[in-house]
Structures are given as structure tokens and as C-alpha cells.
Design a protein around this ligand. Structure first.
Ligand code: PEP
Ligand code: MG
Length: 559
């Protein structure tokens, strides 16, 4: 195509590594909620409300059906959306609008925006659910209009899906054989688009500037690792990159562990999970254990604290996935982007800097003690003692207090290093605990003073930031000095190249989302410990993430 002879490279946030080439497809347009204007006569309002209820019920049923046909995160997302469509609170808010004279589509849309404002104000994970809310509303509005369901068309040949942001119901039903790449102009690295794309193994870039102007049918190349979208790529170069990527996919799939460099330096490769199903899924991979069990994610929908018995049952499911292996249970990291109704400080101006993680225990040690009781009970009788770690530790005193509580219950005691103060005093902290695990997501957020959820600040919260790597290096050195394990369980560990650098800096375990495990292990197996060490040393002399990436790649792979 003539217009594609000049390459144009758009950049965004890397979400799922991999290369994909194909023509652009875009989701079908949404039906406007303003198709009918009010006010509607009073006598018609009951019928209008009934039409809305019926449309919402149809959409909910359809989403439930698709949830039943999907698996893993996709099934959860679709089920959650089905619940949203059937939510009595949302229907009641819309009914109020209808009673004031709004037609059903406008009422549904206004009620959705009420909820969207509330979710946005809550921030973090809740704010990321706003796309889901609006998607459900769009489906209901289309149903009311008798229009086809909005969403992603089924392409005839392998294509790249471009969109502003993808609704979970769109991404959850994607066929990775036909949608080979995804790029969105909105969304952060933890948006649903990114989560589902990761689960499906579809290369994905989010937050791409200039994407909305790329026309349907244009040939594009998505590089999910580099975070770029090339419009009109050179076909021969594109084919070469795709072939190279396919070979890597085959190599990764063949990796069976355990984690080690090519010359046998052992580094445990573990999985991050959030429940029993996730732990069992991790057990299907070559992950040697669980490096981070985010317990707070089990209780996001609870109004009151789960009982010790309830918690014990949930923790046991995760421990059972690795009966003889290492399982690191993180105590509740409530607050900020993961508010728990029973544990979160209600009104804080700056929740990320507020009472979150271990700080909740300072106000109410009972929650922590009961959780540790539950972990201990769940681990009773196992050959391997459960490991527990506290999030958001800022001082050695906090670490000491936590370790005492954990050891009193015969649990292996550790803490997360995700506050710069803790990295700076890592030696003193390590002297008081059995291990530490570096949370690079928060460590980057707090080191760079940049909200980890903000797509606008994604360049600052890049875990390749040399300042963040310097704190990782300092923590790993403290681990060597104290002779204790130092893991990484933030997203940095899911980046295969960075995983090699972290190994070189002295990190002893890497814990990543299960779909990333094979790529991390397989890549590590191609490099020597010495190359990792040299790459680790070299990144510490850089001043930008780009420079750090380039220098590491050169040393590790000769790129
Ligand atoms: C981190 O901060 O890197 C981490 C692993 O914890 P979370 O992402 O759950 O805050
Ligand atoms: Mg964290």
C-alpha cells in the first residue's frame, strides 16, 4: 500500500512482550445513549423501567454464558460484568432517572456515570473498573435499541486489534489465533486489557499516543516488549522479527525448570497468585513455588473481616498447590489501590502514603494476628513451613515486630522491601527477619514519587529506572552480607531481560505472574551468571531506563 511505505513508530507502555504483525481491526461502534430524548410521559415510565430491566437481564445472561465458556481471569471478568449488569443499585439509580422523565438509554448512561465518578474517586483498582461499567452500559443501550452487541469483530485473517481501551467483555472472548496483537490508546499496565492479553499470551501495548488516527486495514507491527506500534513496517523486517519471536515462544514452552543460569547458578523461579485456582494454575507451569500470594485480593468484596476458619480454608487451598514447596503468603496489603472495607482507613488525602499494608496493624494488631493464626493453622502438618511476609515495611522496628509475631507461630518470617527507607536500611532489616522480597511496583512508585497507576507517569515508574535498580542492588548486597534470601516479586521479575539483571545484582528468587514464568526461566537458562553480573553492574552506571535496557541487552545477548 502506497501510504504505508513510510514507517511511523508510535510508542506506549509495554504490557505483554511479543511481536505481532497484521492489518488493523477496531471494535464495532457503540450505540449512542442519546438516541431518544425525554421527558417521557408519566404513564410510560413503568414500561420504560421494565424495558431497561429486561435489557439488563438479557445482557447479564449473555455475559454469564460467555463466563461459563471462558476460563481463568477471563471467566472472572465476565462473571463480574454479568453481576454489574444485574446490579440492583445500578438499576435503582437508573429507575430514579426514569421516574424523573429520562428515557431508558439516557437513564442507564446517567446511572453509570454516577457509579463511574464514585469509582474514579476511589482510585486504583476501582478506577480501572470504570471501563467495565461503561461497557456493560453500552451493551444494555444497544440491547434497548435492538442493535447488535458492540465489540470486537471476528477478523477473517490474523489481525491487530486497536482501540481506545478494550472492555473486558471484548478481550475475554478473543481468539489469539485471529487477534495476534493488541494496542490501546488508554489504559495502564494493570488495566483489564493488559491482564487479559497477558493471560491469552497476546503481545500488547497500552497508552499509545497517536493510535486513534491509524485507519482500519493499515498494516501494523506491535512490539509488546518495546512498547511500540509501527505503522507500515518494512515487510521483510517484520517477517524476520515475527519468525524470531515464534522461535522464542517455542523455546519458552519447552522450559521445564528449575531456575538457573546456563552455567548452573540457581535462582528460584516462582509464581505470583491471588487464590487457590491461581496457585493450581501455577502448579501446571514450571514455577517452583509461590513467591507472592496477595491475600488482600481474596477479600475485596467483603464488608467484614473473614473469620480465622474462613481464612484458613482459603490459605490451605494455596498451600496445597505446593505441598512440599515454598509458598510465601503476604499479609493483607489493604489500603490505597486495594481498599478493604473492613481494614482501610476511610478518609485519607493521600492513600498511597497513608495507613496501608503493615500500618493497619499498628492501629489494629488483631487483624494481623488473626491472619497469622489462619496461615499457621493452614500450614499445620506440612513438611515445608509456610513463609509469611509483611507489605509496606518502612523501619527495622516494624520488621522486628512482624518477625516476632510470625516466629511465635512457627512461620518463616520476612518482609517486603517496597519503601525506599527499607531498601536503604536493608541490612538492619535483614538482621531481624529470615528473608526479604522486593516489591518493585511500589518501590518504583515511592522512589520516583510517581503514581504506579498513572499511564501518564509510566515512564517514571518503569522498573528499569536506574534509581530503582540502585535500591535493588543495595538490598541484594545486604542479603549477601547477612546470608539471607532476597527475592523480587514485583512486575520487574516478569520481564525476562530484567530478570537476568536482577540475578546479576544478587537476587536469589524471581516471582512473576504464572504466564510470565516460562519466558523468565527460559531466558535465564541462556545466559551465564557472569554475564548477568556484568549486566547488573553496567545498569548501575546508566541514567535512563532506555540506556539500562540497551546496555543490558548488549551484554546479555550481544544485541
Ligand atoms: C509490589 O509493590 O511490587 C508488589 C509486589 O506488591 P503489589 O503490587 O501487590 O503492591
Ligand atoms: Mg506493593
Amino acid at each position: 500500500m502506497e501510504s504505508q511505505q513510510v514507517e511511523m513508530v508510535l510508542t506506549g507502555i509495554p504490557a505483554v512482550a511479543g511481536i505481532a504483525v497484521g492489518p488493523v481491526v477496531r471494535p464495532a461502534p457503540r450505540v449512542s445513549a442519546d438516541v431518544r430524548t425525554g421527558p417521557i410521559p408519566e404513564s410510560d415510565r413503568d414500561a420504560e423501567a421494565e424495558a431497561l430491566r429486561a435489557a439488563a437481564a438479557t445482557v447479564a445472561a449473555r455475559l454469564r454464558e460467555r463466563a461459563a465458556a471462558a476460563s481463568g481471569a477471563a471467566a472472572e471478568v465476565l462473571a463480574a460484568n454479568a453481576a454489574m449488569a444485574a446490579d440492583p443499585g445500578w438499576l435503582a439509580a437508573a429507575r430514579k432517572r426514569i421516574d424523573a422523565g429520562d428515557p431508558a438509554p439516557a437513564a442507564a448512561s446517567a446511572a453509570t456515570e454516577e457509579f463511574a465518578t464514585l469509582f474514579t474517586r476511589l482510585g486504583g483498582l476501582m478506577a480501572e473498573r470504570v471501563t467495565d461499567l461503561r461497557d456493560v452500559c453500552d451493551r444494555v443501550v444497544a440491547e434497548l435499541a435492538g442493535a447488535p452487541e458492540p465489540g470486537v469483530p471476528t477478523p477473517e485473517r490474523p489481525s491487530v486489534l486497536l482501540a481506545e481501551d478494550l472492555a473486558p467483555a471484548d478481550t475475554a472472548g478473543l481468539d489469539p489465533a485471529l487477534v495476534v496483537g493488541i494496542a490501546t490508546s488508554l489504559g495502564g499496565a494493570t488495566s483489564h486489557t493488559a491482564i487479559i492479553a497477558r493471560q491469552l499470551g497476546i503481545p500488547c501495548v497500552v497508552g499509545v499516543a497517536g493510535l486513534d488516527d491509524v485507519p482500519v486495514g493499515a498494516e501494523v507491527l506491535v512490539d509488546g516488549g518495546a512498547g511500540s506500534v509501527t505503522v507500515g513496517p518494512d515487510p521483510r523486517e517484520a517477517a524476520r522479527l515475527v519468525a524470531e519471536y515464534r522461535a522464542i515462544v517455542v523455546r519458552n514452552a519447552a522450559w521445564t525448570g528449575p531456575g538457573a543460569t546456563s552455567d548452573g547458578h540457581r535462582v528460584e523461579v516462582l509464581a505470583n497468585v491471588q487464590d487457590g485456582a491461581g496457585a493450581r494454575a501455577a502448579g501446571e507451569t514450571a514455577a517452583e513455588g509461590i513467591g507472592l500470594f496477595r491475600t488482600e485480593l481474596c477479600f475485596l468484596d467483603r464488608d467484614s473481616e473473614p473469620t480465622v476458619a474462613e481464612q484458613e480454608a482459603i490459605y490451605r487451598e494455596v498451600l496445597d498447590a505446593y505441598p512440599d514447596g515454598k509458598v510465601v503468603v503476604r499479609t493483607l496489603d489493604a489500603g490505597s489501590d486495594k481498599p478493604l472495607r473492613f481494614a482501610t482507613h476511610p478518609d485519607e488525602a493521600n492513600p498511597a502514603l497513608g495507613v496501608r499494608g503493615i500500618r493497619i496493624a499498628a492501629r489494629d494488631a488483631g487483624i494481623l494476628d488473626r491472619q497469622l493464626d489462619a496461615v499457621a493453622a493452614a500450614g499445620a502438618g506440612r513438611t515445608a513451613r509456610p513463609w509469611v511476609m509483611a507489605p509496606m515495611i518502612a523501619t527495622p522496628a516494624e520488621a522486628e515486630d512482624f518477625a516476632a509475631r510470625a516466629r511465635a507461630r512457627n512461620l518463616v518470617a520476612g518482609v517486603m522491601i517496597e519503601v525506599p527507607a527499607a531498601a536503604l536500611l536493608a541490612e538492619a532489616i535483614l538482621a531481624r527477619v529470615d528473608f526479604v522480597s522486593i516489591g518493585t511496583n511500589d518501590l518504583a512508585q515511592y522512589t520516583m514519587a510517581a503514581d504506579r497507576m498513572s499511564p501518564e507517569l509510566a515512564a517514571l515508574t518503569d522498573p528499569w529506572q536506574p534509581a530503582v535498580l540502585a535500591l535493588v542492588a543495595r538490598t541484594a548486597a545486604a542479603g549477601r552480607a547477612e546470608g539471607k534470601p532476597v527475592g523480587v516479586c514485583g512486575e520487574a521479575a516478569a520481564d525476562p531481560v530484567l530478570a537476568c539483571v536482577l540475578t546479576g545484582l544478587g537476587v536469589t528468587s524471581l516471582s512473576a505472574a504464572a504466564p510470565a514464568v516460562a519466558a523468565v526461566g527460559a531466558t535465564l537458562a541462556t545466559v551465564t551468571q557472569d554475564a548477568c553480573r556484568r549486566a547488573g553492574e553496567a545498569v548501575l552506571s546508566t541514567t535512563t531506563p532506555e540506556e539500562a535496557r540497551a546496555v543490558a541487552r548488549r551484554i546479555l545477548f550481544g544485541d
